[in-house]
Design a protein around this ligand. Structure first.
Ligand code: HEM
Length: 172
């Protein structure tokens, strides 16, 4: 779970940065096409890793929250994580639908053709592009909140919470 957490975190930041950079390149250049392909392949890989993460999470017991946490704190932490998972799935799914409705089926790493579940449709392409972009920004805002809460619980509340994802990290 720890390895998957950091792999997915690194992948999401990379996909976000590449997404913003590639869409800023004017016209159609070989570099832009290469980056768009890498972005899609990374995004699909992240979708699979996030699915694996959710499967491992649901089939194992998570470590307990600090003993003094009340129902409200536990509810808020769990609800935040549910929304994070929903957004982590929504962003690549919307990107995938964006690509298909633009008329570009995805061939994972140029080798494995992925299912074409919807055909080319310029109107839907506009919608999925907007949604993919807005959800990607929404995910970044959620991730920022996630990081801030982890830092607050570790450094202000001194609950050693970072130790759950950084082995050896003690209460500061
Ligand atoms: C967690 C995974 C992903 C993140 C964080 C992400 C993020 C982004 C961002 C920030 C943009 C720029 C939006 C803009 O400014 O217009 C973008 C564009 C794009 N993404 Fe993703 N993306 C992800 C996964 C995917 C996947 C899985 C696919 C398709 C298989 C995909 C396909 C695209 C396409 C085609 C564009 C260009 C949109 C256009 O110009 O029509 N993305 N993505």
């Amino acid at each position: 779970m720890i390895a998957l957490h950091w792999l997915v975190a690194f992948g999401i930041f990379t996909a976000f940065g590449v997404g913003l950079y590639m869409t800023d390149i004017p016209g159609i250049t070989p570099e832009k096409i290469r980056l768009i392909n890498w972005h899609k392949w990374l995004g699909v890989t992240l979708f699979l890793l996030i699915s694996l993460r959710l499967f491992v999470k649901l089939s194992n017991k998570s470590p307990k929250y600090p003993a003094h946490w009340g129902h409200r704190s536990i509810f808020l932490a769990k609800a935040g994580h549910v929304v994070l998972y929903l957004m982590m799935f929504a962003v690549p799914i919307l990107g995938y639908l964006n690509s298909l409705t633009a008329g570009y089926p995805v061939v994972w790493f140029g080798v494995i053709p992925l299912p074409v579940i919807i055909g080319k449709d310029p109107h839907l392409k506009e919608l999925f592009h907007e949604l993919h972009e807005w959800f990607a920004w929404g995910l970044m805002i959620l991730v920022a909140g996630h990081i801030l809460m982890a830092l607050k619980h570790h450094y202000l509340n001194r609950e050693g919470i970072l130790g759950r994802m950084i082995p050896g990290m003690r209460v500061e």
